[in-house]
Ligand binder design. Structure first.
Ligand code: BGC
Ligand code: BGC
Length: 716
C-alpha cells in the first residue's frame, strides 16, 4: 500500500478505532473457547469491539490458528486492517539454539545471524510477524537472571551481535521475504543495570555513562534496521522509561531518527502508577503517549482514557495519529495489507525442527560452549576409557533455558544421549537425580560409578527457572547438594570433569579441584550432542566468555572494562590504602574473552607500523600467532585499547576489534588490525563523542587479561 493511502486510512478511522489500534492483547482474547476470554475481558473492562480492533496480538503461534485469527479479525474490522502477530522468539522458535549469553560466547557473528534467520523462518511459517528480540541490554551483574538474554558486558561486542541478530531476523526485503520477521530491539534503555541485580529495580547512572556503555547496543540494532523498540521497566534518571519523553522523543526519535514503532513492555504503561509518577491510569496514558509509546502491551490505560484526554484537550490528537500511522506502516512494511497471512503455512511442520535446523543448532552450540579449565589435558576423552556420567544434569533434558516458549524438552538431547555416540564404556546410573535434594540412593549410586571409572563427567548446573525474567539470585554458587556431590565423588576419584548448564556466570567455589570445567550454558535442543562433541574432541572448543565469572558474588558488579581509579591496586599491591578487598582479589575468576582450546596458541612480535595516528591515517598492528599444538584450532585474537589521559576517566581497556583465525597444527600466521581515530572516540562531559589527542595503549591477546601492549599517539 502506498504511503498516501496509509495516511488516508488514519483519517478514515474513528477516534475509538485509532485508540484500539494502540492496544496489544494476548492471544487468549482470540481463543475460540469463550470462557478463556470472558474473565480477563471483565477484569480489563474490554468490550468486543476493543478486541476486534486491537492493533496487535502477542503470544500466538501455529499457522492454522494464526490464519483463523487473521481471517476472523479482518472480517470484523471495518476498514480491513490486518492484525499483527508478535511473540518472544529469543533463541529459536521450536529448534532451540543456545541462550544469547552463550551465543555471545561464540564471538561468531555469522552464527548469531544464522540462528536469527532460522528462528525467523520457523516463526514466520507459524504465522508470526514480529519477534521481541534482540535483547541487547548491557549486563554487568550476574545476579540478574536476565543476563542469559544478553550477549554480555561489552558495548562493542553487544553492538556487533545486535546488528547480526537484526540482519538474520529481517533479511533485506521484509515486504516480500515471508521467511523473515521484524525485529524489536529491547529494553530501551539500560534495563541491564538494575541495582543489585534485582529484576525490575531502579537504574541510576549518568547520562554520559548511559551513552557510552549502554546505548550503543540499541543504536547498532537500529542502524541495522530494527523495526521496533520496546521500552524497559526501569527508571532512567528517575523517570520510568515508559514515560520518559527525553529518552524516546529526544534521544530515540530525534537524535537517532527512529521512525518505527515503540511498544511498551508488558504492563509497563500502567506500572507508571506503581512507580509513583502517575496518580492513575489516565495520567499514565498521558505520560506514555507524550513520551512516544505507540503500543500499550497488555494494560488498558490508552483504551480507557486516551479518547477522553484528547476530547478534553489534554493530549493532542496528532500524537495518536502518528502512533497509529507508525503501526499501519509496520503492517505495510511486512506486506500484510496485500498478504494478511504472510508466511503462515500449514506446511509449518516440515520447516520447524527440520534436520537442517537441528544440525545448525548443534554447530552453533559447539561454538558457544566454553572450555574454562583443562588441567593436564584431561580432555578430550577417548572412546576406550571408562567414563562415569553422573550428576543431576547427566540425563536431564532441562537444557533449553528460559525464553524457549515453543521449545520442547522432550525434543532436546541430554548429555547422556549425546555421549552414547562416542563411547560404549559409559557408566550410567538408574536413579533419578534431583538438582537440589538428590536421594541418598542416587548419590550412593553416583559415587559407586565414579569409583569404577577412569574419569568422571559430573554434570551440574542451574535448573531452567533459576535464570531469565524474575529470576535474580543473591547467591550465585551451585546448589549445595551439588557441591556435596562433588566432594563425595572427589573422595573416590579425582579425575573429575565438571560440565555446567546455567544461565549466568556462576561463583564456582566448591568445585575448584575439578580437573576440567566445561561451561555449556543452556545450549538448546542439541545441547547434549554438542557437549559430547566437545568432551570427546570431535569439536575443538573455540568459545570465549562475553561476561566475566567472578571469584565471589561479593565482587559483583565485576567487568573487565572498569574505570581507572585514583589508587589502583596494581600500582602498589602491598599497600593498604589502594582499591581492593581484604578477603578476595579484584579479579574475575575467568575474565571476559577467556576460553581454552585443545590447541595451544602463542603470541609473538606485537608490532605497529607507525607510532603516530592522525584522523586521516591508520596504524596497522600486527601480531604473530602460532598454534603450538599438533591439532588444528581456532583462535579468537582480541584487540583492546586504553586512552591513557582523557578528559573523562577512561576504562583500563576496551575491546575494539577481534578476529577468529583457524591455524593448522604448528602453523604460524600474522594477524593485523587497523587502528583508526574513530576507535578512540568516547562520550565527553558535554555528551559529544570525540577523541583526545595523546598517548594510548594498544593491547592484543587471547582474552582481556593476558595482553601484550604497545604505545601510540593520536595527533590532531
Ligand atoms: C518481558 C519482555 C517480553 C514481554 C512479552 C515482558 O515481561 O520483559 O522482554 O518481550 O514480556 O512477553
Ligand atoms: C584517607 C583519609 C585520611 C587520610 C589521612 C587517607 O588515605 O582516605 O580519610 O584523612 O588518609 O590519614
Amino acid at each position: 500500500m502506498e504511503q498516501a493511502k496509509l495516511t488516508a486510512l488514519v483519517q478514515e478511522m474513528t477516534l475509538a478505532e485509532k485508540v484500539d489500534q494502540l492496544l496489544q492483547l494476548a492471544a487468549d482474547f482470540y481463543s475460540q473457547a469463550a470462557e478463556e476470554k470472558t474473565g480477563p475481558m471483565t477484569e480489563m473492562g474490554l468490550k468486543d469491539e476493543n478486541i476486534q480492533n486491537a492493533g496487535t496480538i502477542l503470544g500466538l503461534a501455529g499457522a492454522s490458528e494464526a490464519k483463523r485469527i487473521q481471517k476472523e479479525y479482518m472480517e470484523k474490522n471495518r476498514l480491513g486492517i490486518p492484525t499483527l502477530l508478535m511473540a518472544d522468539i529469543i533463541h529459536g522458535f521450536r529448534t532451540i539454539f543456545p541462550i544469547p549469553l552463550a551465543l555471545g560466547s561464540s564471538w561468531d557473528l555469522a552464527a548469531a545471524e544464522e540462528m536469527a534467520q532460522i528462528s525467523a523462518k520457523e516463526a514466520a511459517v507459524s504465522g508470526l510477524h514480529v519477534t521481541f528480540s534482540p535483547m541487547v541490554d548491557l549486563v554487568r551483574d550476574p545476579r540478574w537472571g536476565r543476563v542469559m538474554e544478553s550477549t554480555g558486558e561489552d558495548p562493542y561486542l553487544n553492538a556487533r551481535f545486535a546488528e547480526s541478530f537484526v540482519k538474520g531476523y529481517q533479511g533485506d526485503d521484509l515486504k516480500n521475504d515471508f521467511t523473515r520477521v521484524a525485529a524489536c530491539v529491547k529494553h530501551f534503555a539500560a534495563y541491564g543495570a538494575a541495582l543489585a541485580g534485582r529484576d525490575y529495580n531502579t537504574v541510576n547512572m549518568s547520562e554520559r555513562q548511559l551513552r557510552e556503555s549502554y546505548l550503543p547496543g540499541y543504536k547498532a540494532a537500529l542502524d541495522a534496521g530494527a523495526k521496533l523498540v520496546m521500552t524497559s521497566f526501569n527508571t532512567v534518571d528517575g523517570i520510568p522509561a515508559t514515560g520518559n519523553k527525553w529518552l524516546f522523543r529526544d534521544v530515540l526519535r530525534q537524535e537517532y531518527d527512529f521512525d518505527g514503532v515503540v511498544i511498551s513492555d508488558w504492563g509497563a504503561v500502567k506500572e507508571l502508577i506503581f512507580h509513583g509518577v502517575a496518580a492513575d491510569e489516565k495520567q499514565a496514558a498521558q505520560l506514555a503517549i507524550e513520551a512516544g509509546v505507540d503500543i500499550e502491551m497488555m494494560t488498558t490505560c490508552y483504551t480507557h482514557y486516551l479518547a477522553e484526554l484528547i476530547e478534553e484537550g489534554s493530549v493532542d490528537e496528532a500524537l495518536l495519529d502518528e502512533a497509529v500511522l507508525r503501526i499501519l506502516e509496520l503492517k505495510n512494511d511486512l506486506g500484510l495489507f496485500e498478504n494478511p497471512y504472510r508466511g503462515a503455512s500449514v506446511e509449518d511442520e516440515k520447516v520447524i525442527l527440520s534436520p537442517e535446523h537441528r544440525q545448525a543448532a548443534r554447530e552453533i552450540a559447539q561454538k558457544s560452549i566454553v572450555l574454562l579449565k583443562n588441567k593436564a589435558d584431561i580432555l578430550p576423552l577417548n572412546s576406550e576409557e571408562t567414563v562415569a556420567i553422573i550428576g543431576p544434569a547427566a540425563a536431564s533434558h532441562d537444557v533449553l533455558g528460559a525464553w524457549s516458549w515453543q521449545g520442547k524438552m522432550e525434543e532436546a538431547v541430554s548429555l547422556l544421549e549425546g555421549a552414547q555416540a562416542y563411547s560404549s564404556h559409559l557408566l550410567v546410573g538408574k536413579e533419578e537425580f534431583d538438582y537440589f535434594a538428590p536421594s541418598q540412593k542416587a548419590v550412593a549410586e553416583a559415587v559407586s560409578l565414579a569409583q569404577k571409572a577412569d574419569k568422571v563427567v559430573l554434570a551440574l548446573g542451574e535448573a531452567e527457572w533459576m535464570s531469565g525474567e524474575a529470576a535474580s539470585r543473591s547467591d550465585i554458587t551451585l546448589p549445595k547438594a551439588q557441591i556435596a556431590l562433588f566432594e563425595a565423588v572427589k573422595a573416590v576419584n579425582p579425575n573429575i570433569i565438571v560440565t555446567l548448564y546455567n544461565g549466568r556466570p556462576l561463583d564456582l567455589n566448591g568445585i575448584d579441584e575439578a580437573k576440567a570445567i566445561v561451561e555449556a550454558w543452556f545450549a538448546g535442543t542439541e545441547a547434549g550432542n554438542a557437549l559430547a562433541d566437545i568432551l570427546w574432541g570431535a569439536f575443538n572448543p573455540t568459545a570465549r566468555l562475553s561476561m566475566s565469572f567472578p571469584e565471589s558474588v561479593g565482587q559483583v558488579p565485576i567487568f573487565y572494562n572498569c574505570d581507572s581509579t585514583g589508587r589502583p591496586y596494581e600500582s602498589a599491591p602491598n599497600e593498604k590504602y589502594v582499591s581492593k578487598y581484604l578477603d578476595v582479589s579484584n579479579y574475575a575468576k575467568y575474565p571476559f574473552g577467556f576460553g581454552l582450546s585443545y590447541s595451544q596458541f602463542s603470541y609473538q612480535d606485537v608490532v605497529i607500523d607507525q607510532t603516530e595516528l592522525t584522523p586521516e591515517n591508520q596504524i596497522l598492528l600486527t601480531v604473530t600467532i602460532t598454534n603450538e599444538s599438533e591439532q588444528t584450532g581456532k583462535e579468537t585474537v582480541q584487540l583492546y585499547i586504553q586512552d591513557l589521559v582523557g578528559q573523562v576517566v577512561r576504562p583500563i581497556k576496551e575491546l575494539k576489534a577481534f578476529q577468529q583465525v583457524v591455524l593448522a597444527g604448528k602453523e604460524s600466521r600474522k594477524v593485523s588490525f587497523a587502528i583508526t581515530e574513530e576507535m578512540l572516540r568516547y562520550v565527553h562531559q558535554d555528551q559529544r563523542t570525540i577523541s583526545d589527542a595523546g598517548a594510548f595503549l594498544a593491547m592484543v591477546g587471547p582474552n582481556s587479561r593476558d595482553l601484550t601492549a604497545v604505545t601510540f599517539n593520536l595527533v590532531k
